[in-house]
Design a protein around this ligand. Structure first.
Ligand code: G6P
Length: 363
């Protein structure tokens, strides 16, 4: 087993470090110099009849779906995310103009499969975005887009989140062009950022200060993760990973929700991890001020050029400056490292956290 871990102490750390290669495979050959998308199974016009998009997914895959939705709604494509556990028992209305996208690493999650079956019965078109060729989701859906991340052993999903986001970004651009008739105005910049993503992730991995910080922040009452835009799904994902492998209490919130309840929990003993996607500067800074006023230590993750964020935060986890849609993936890599190093210091069973399974095949 040691050999399979390539000398890493845990599969999770190995898989975190595999992300540049995984992302390379995800985007390789699928994106032109002008940002145009080439997905062999989905030529231009494939989705011309789609009116609305419904994502169904669980866990980390749900966060990747939330991330993908941001671009679609910004470009005017009606898109909705559903937790498959809920959709499976209360499916949303869908018809032949609906594209239901099942985002599932394994392709075997029972609730996600059940959601797809409802969608198919309603006449919707179904598409699986999955890592596993031949999986049930890939066979049962009308179409499949493979994220090509390679096998993931650690129960906590890491590299597959990054590859899901990248694959969904490609799919998203195809949808925008087919549904609205126009490419995204920043298609070239988005494409360039995606092509650069493997190298940018490599820089985060090489330069991350997290291993040195983890000790200072362990053993607190609770940990909160906040963000706006794509920073919101990344905050949720950061909190999910943290609770899964450290067993500490962690919650993620959209920053806008802070005032509606979570702020009551914020104290000097609740570090707040704030994710900045580079798009919502002033409002995101105001949210950080709110938690600072309650004495909470702030750990900010943002583009390295974000001077104001750097000034206001107690700890600053920089990522290379890039297009906001790529910033979230880079920020998430820092958060993966936060969870990993805190869990490691606490001596947790990182690759096989208690009570959890890699693939949940019961409803
Ligand atoms: C389980 C795993 C998670 C995963 C989720 C969905 O809860 O522990 O890591 O995100 O299932 O799995 P899927 O294979 O559908 O992406």
């Amino acid at each position: 087993e040691d050999a399979e871990r390539d000398g890493y102490e845990h599969y999770m750390l190995k898989e975190i470090n595999e992300q540049p290669n995984a992302l390379d495979r995800t985007v390789s050959g699928r994106i032109g110099n002008d940002g145009s998308v080439s997905l062999s199974s989905f030529p231009p016009g494939t989705f011309a009849d789609v009116r609305d998009v419904q994502f169904v997914a669980c866990g980390t895959s749900y966060h990747a779906a939330m991330y993908a939705r941001e671009h679609l709604i910004e470009m005017g494509v009606p898109a909705y995310t559903f937790r498959a556990g809920e959709y499976a028992t209360a499916p949303a209305p869908a018809d032949e103009d609906t594209l239901v996208v099942a985002v599932t690493q394994s392709g075997e999650t029972a609730d996600t499969l059940q959601s797809v079956r409802h969608a198919r019965d309603a006449g919707a078109r179904t598409l699986a975005v999955t890592n596993v060729v031949g999986s049930t989701a890939s066979r049962e859906c009308d179409d499949a887009l493979f994220i090509r991340a390679g096998p993931e052993i650690g129960v906590a999903a890491t590299k597959t989140f990054s590859s899901q986001v990248a694959a969904l970004s490609l799919l998203g651009e195809r949808l925008v062009e087919d549904v609205t008739g126009e490419p995204s105005p920043d298609r070239a910049e988005r494409g360039a950022a995606l092509r650069r993503l493997p190298a940018d992730v490599q820089r985060v991995l090489e330069d991350s200060p997290v291993a040195k910080l983890a000790d200072e922040y362990r053993g607190r009452d609770a940990y909160f993760f906040i963000g706006r835009g794509v920073g919101h799904p990344v905050a949720l994902e950061g909190a999910l990973k943290f609770k899964e492998i450290t067993y500490e209490h962690a919650e993620g919130f959209g920053s806008a929700e802070l005032k509606h309840g979570p702020l009551a929990l914020v104290t000097e003993d609740t570090p707040v991890v704030a994710v900045f996607d580079g798009r919502h500067g002033e409002k995101a800074l105001a949210n950080v001020e709110e938690v600072r006023a309650r004495g909470a230590p702030v750990i900010a993750v943002a583009g390295e050029g974000s001077r104001k964020v750097r000034e206001i935060a107690d700890e600053f986890l920089p990522v290379p400056d890039t297009h906001p849609d790529a910033t979230g993936v880079l920020a998430n890599v820092q958060l993966q490292l936060v969870s990993y190093h805190v869990a490691d210091l606490l001596g947790r069973a990182i690759d096989k956290p208690r009570n959890l399974a890699k693939s949940v095949t019961v409803e």
